[in-house]
Design a protein. Structure first.
Length: 391
């Protein structure tokens, strides 16, 4: 006679073991989440450095494989492949930093020129007196505000700024702002250090990505190595497609903004288009950072009407880019529907802010691959295994 395995003692033992296992998993998950939140600034730096490495690495590989580059460094007999890879990555990194420095000088040229013109002609009188122009533009802005903005909206706006109508309130507001800003000075210094470390980390990622990958995977059980290597390869392909898509968006932003500013008769339209293209590379807030100085420059040089036109142009462009162009291009590069891209962007913003929105699309593509590989394939295997053979 077989012993009864359905006794209450055995059930209690099984349930208690499962509860303990569940609690252990929950403690591990909570600990990992808290640890990631604690080091989120480090993770942001690593993510950005990795994205920069995805730009450097393909160019460095092509450069290291060219015959001219090999011959200039002593030929294959005297220079190893690893040395060529290190030198090519270093040259490409220096080239990108140099191009960034030159681009910043070119982009700042119209703003520095207008600032110089303001200081030279301020209060000088005559048609070139920019103080009179600014006063005229402010008068037009005030007239437009008084005649075009509904009275209810004006009262709401004025109530928001009513607390700073006199000097004492302004001084109090400034003092409170400074007192709130001082505790963040350490964070500013930390951000500067992280910005300096970005090219260094990107260089090591570009040079030793294969070695770093093997060192990371070697920490896992050996039976997982093959699948982990496969998913790392898939993730590399996803990030490569994503970076190319972002580059396409930067070029489109620069071309469209340049053409739009040329149609609006803006000075320095080519340089300002270059500014819009560069700032588009900044996740999410890039179009805003690029649009604000262009709108201010239009207001100073061309007046309120042109500045309003530039503001409307940037608003429409940002709406079209975020809701149609970007979801279509990124979705096409990563085989995701544009609607899925918009949804995951909203989810990423809710959980991770700007960085969450930036990495929402590649993470969604990776999750899709994981589901296809391990969940749907496993369910399909189980379904077929339950089918009885036809006799």
């Amino acid at each position: 006679m077989e012993p009864n395995v359905n006794t209450p003692e055995i059930w209690v033992n099984v349930v208690s073991k499962r509860l303990l296992r569940f609690l252990l998993y929950a403690i591990i998950i909570v600990g990992v989440v808290l640890f990631l939140v604690r080091i989120r600034s480090i993770l942001i730096t690593l993510f950005l450095a990795g994205a920069f490495a995805y730009i450097i690495r393909p160019v460095a590989i092509r450069l290291a494989a060219s015959n001219l580059f090999i011959m200039l460094h002593g030929g294959p007999r005297f220079t190893s492949r690893q040395s060529l890879r290190i030198l090519s990555s270093l040259y490409v990194l220096i080239l990108f930093l140099f191009l960034g420095w030159v681009s910043m000088r070119v982009i700042m040229k119209p703003f520095l020129h207008e600032l110089k013109r303001v200081t030279e002609n301020w209060g000088a009188g005559g048609p070139e007196d920019l103080s009179l122009k600014l006063e005229h533009n402010l008068f037009n802005l005030k007239s437009w505000y008084s005649t075009r903005i509904p009275e209810g909206w004006r009262k709401s706006i004025e109530n928001q700024f009513g607390q700073v109508q006199n000097y004492q309130n302004v001084r109090g507001q400034m003092t409170a702002w400074i007192s709130r800003a001082l505790p963040h000075a350490r964070n500013v210094v930390q951000n500067v250090v992280e910005i300096v470390l970005l090219p260094v980390l990107a260089f090591y990622f570009a040079v030793d990505s294969k070695r770093l990958k093997h060192e990371f995977v070697s920490l896992l059980p050996r039976k997982w190595w093959r699948e982990v290597f496969r998913m790392v390869h898939v993730f590399n392909g996803i990030m490569h497609s994503y970076i190319i898509g972002q580059g396409i968006l930067c070029v489109l932003a620069g071309v469209i903004v340049g053409i739009g500013l040329w149609l609006l008769r803006m000075d320095y339209w080519l340089i300002l288009g270059l500014l819009a293209g560069f700032t588009r590379a900044i996740p999410i807030i890039g179009p805003i950072l690029g649009g604000i100085p262009i709108i201010l420059l239009a207001f100073i040089t061309k007046g309120f009407a042109v500045a309003l036109g530039v503001l409307i142009f940037f608003t429409l462009l940002n709406f079209a880019e975020s809701k149609f162009i970007m979801p279509y291009i990124i979705g096409d590069r990563m085989n995701l529907h544009p609607l899925v891209i918009i949804i995951v962007l909203l989810i990423g913003e809710e959980f991770g802010g700007l960085l969450g929105m930036f990495f929402a699309a590649p993470i969604a593509a990776l999750v899709r691959e994981l589901l296809r590989r391990y969940w749907l394939k496993s369910r399909e295997y189980q379904r077929h295994s339950k089918l009885k053979p036809v006799t």
